[in-house]
Design a protein around this ligand. Structure first.
Ligand code: FAD
Length: 199
């Protein structure tokens, strides 16, 4: 059984070299940005820079979330951490997208992005269905990079990506398309043979 030497960093300058039999690459948008011999994944990825606006809503809509599905619609939900609502829109939330390329780190692309809000367009569209929304007050925006599988770019399917790298036994790349994919990870791991490490 192979043993790998992995250099890990806390991102603030502290680095450590560890020896391990198994490597799980769970770096979401950064799956193909791991340096060294770690293999590229075979599944095609697409990255999107996304904007969730944070708005203050009139009292009547406080504590209420609405999602209109199956089309170029919108969703707003309470965001208790800021005592506001998040607002996203199928058409205006994705600002930019590109196919995954090794060497173009999506997190670096996000940090360099200009971040001009599209909240005015979101509010105008929601207001067509719920006129009360015209009195929403814009407060802030959360910009994030979202990564999806190319095969699901035309639908809302967000399956787990689980690749066991045949060329480097014991190395895995995993991406959760949705938070609840955590349950699929357990199922996938149950299908693998792991040799326990005995000290
Ligand atoms: C805008 C947006 C809205 C979403 N809405 C929903 C929703 O409503 N419902 C839902 O179920 N899911 C939603 N998702 C998807 C959900 O967030 C992801 O499916 C889930 O977080 C993926 O889990 P993960 O463990 O694969 O990756 P993450 O939770 O992203 O964890 C990856 C971690 O790896 C770290 N990392 C990256 N590169 C490196 C590196 N080189 N070295 C060390 N660490 C690294 C990152 O900092 C991060 O902490 C949304 C995602 C976005 C972007």
């Amino acid at each position: 059984m192979e043993c790998y030497r992995v250099k890990v960093s806390d991102g603030a300058g502290i680095e450590e070299c560890v020896q391990t039999r198994y490597v799980f690459n769970c770096t979401y948008s950064g799956l193909n940005q791991i340096e060294g011999d770690f293999p590229k994944i075979k599944t095609g990825l697409k990255h999107e820079i996304t904007e969730m606006a944070l708005v203050e809503l009139p009292d009547t809509l406080r504590g209420i979330g609405v999602t209109v599905m199956d089309g170029p619609f919108f969703s707003f939900m309470p965001f208790p951490a800021r005592n506001l609502h998040t607002l996203s829109h199928v058409r205006y939330t994705p600002h930019a997208n590109w196919g995954d390329i090794k060497g173009i780190n999506p997190y670096a692309a996000l940090s360099q992005y200009s971040r001009t809000t599209r909240v005015d367009r979101m509010i105008r569209d929601v207001g067509r269905y719920m006129p009360l929304f015209f009195s929403a007050k814009y407060v802030d925006s959360l910009f994030e990079v979202k990564t999806i599988l190319v095969k699901n770019e035309g639908d809302d399917g967000r399956p787990i990506l689980f690749e066991a790298h045949a060329e480097m036994l014991g190395c895995y790349s995993i991406l959760g398309g949705k938070i609840d994919n955590i349950y699929d990870v357990y199922e996938k791991l149950d299908g693998e043979d792991f040799i326990p490490i005995i000290n």
